[in-house]
Structure formats: C-alpha cells, structure tokens
Design a protein around this ligand. Structure first.
Ligand SMILES: [Fe+2]
Length: 170
C-alpha cells in the first residue's frame, strides 16, 4: 500500500476512496496501519449499525475484490462462532462497548482449547489471520450493546468453510 498518505480518516466515504485505490489484498500489518488511521465519529457509523435479537447483525459498507468492510452490532450475550481466517487478514476496531475475544488452539487430540481471553474497548484493535482460531462478542450485561468495525482483506470466505466445530458453548 502506498505510504504517502498517512492522514486520519474521519469519513466512511474517505475510507472507501482510500480502499478503491488499492489493487491488491493488504497484509495484516498493512490492514492494522490502515485501521489505526480511522477516527470515524459515531454520527458516521451509527447509520450503518443494525441489531438482531437472535444473532449479531452485520452491514457491509464497502466491498471489492480485495476488501470487505462491515459494521457489526452485538446485543449482550451475542458471540461469533469459533472460526479461523485462512487466506484473509482481519482487523476489528471497537467503536462502542466492550469486545471480548477468546483464542483457541487445537491440542494433540485435536480438541479445541481456550488459550487466551481478553476485552477490548473503543479505539482498540484486534487482528487475526490465517489459521488463528477465535471467537468474539459481547459479554457485557443485558442492555449494554457493542458496535465494531471489521476490515477483511481479501473478503472473507464463507463461514461454513472456516467454522471450527467440536467446541460446546456453555
Ligand atoms: Fe474472526
């Protein structure tokens, strides 16, 4: 990615303009650098924020052969499934609320084991790629919503191909 323009990105349209000029997938590090330039006010992302009473709700705000950018709304208790990111660099930016991330590894018996668990707050970022296995979501009390911005490069493969079964969510 060209390094000439490092200015802060404060509008979703400005983000779309930056991405439209990129004609290859970005590495995880490049995606993190791009996400670190984002300072998009709530007035910009709230109009794309949706919620679903049954599962997290995503709205795609940009899509190209090299990127997929989603705004995701999570009600209390809503989590992603356990999944990996093979072939895709992923960066999550917390917009509002608290994101809980849980990482896993497969042990010698090929069972999924939790290896780390931590929270991220507004402005904090998480990146995962390739074979790293995790799930994330909103573990906050009832009534406390979570909003996140997800950058993927290239776009995600279908979840069915990336889902890791064998882990029972209590
Ligand atoms: Fe993920």
């Amino acid at each position: 990615m060209a390094t000439a323009h490092r200015s802060t990105i404060e509008m979703i349209d400005a983000l779309r303009t930056v991405l439209a000029k990129v004609e290859r997938p970005l590495t995880t590090q490049e995606l993190l650098e791009l996400a670190s330039r984002l300072n998009i006010p709530a007035s910009q992302w709230r109009e794309h924020l949706t919620f679903d009473p049954h599962q997290f709700s995503h709205r795609t705000i940009y899509e190209s052969p090299y990127f997929e950018i989603n705004v995701i709304g999570w009600r209390s208790g809503q989590f992603s499934s356990v999944h990996d990111h093979r072939g895709t660099a992923c960066c999550v930016l917390v917009l509002d609320g608290v994101l809980t991330n849980i990482d896993y590894q497969r042990d010698a018996a090929n069972e999924l084991r939790e290896t780390s668990r931590f929270d991220l707050r507004p402005g904090e970022m998480l990146s995962r790629n390739d074979w790293e296995i995790h799930r994330c979501g909103n573990e906050q009390p009832c009534g406390v919503d979570l909003a996140t911005l997800h950058l993927y490069s290239p776009p995600l493969r279908p979840l069915e191909e990336r889902q890791h079964h064998g882990y029972l969510i209590a």
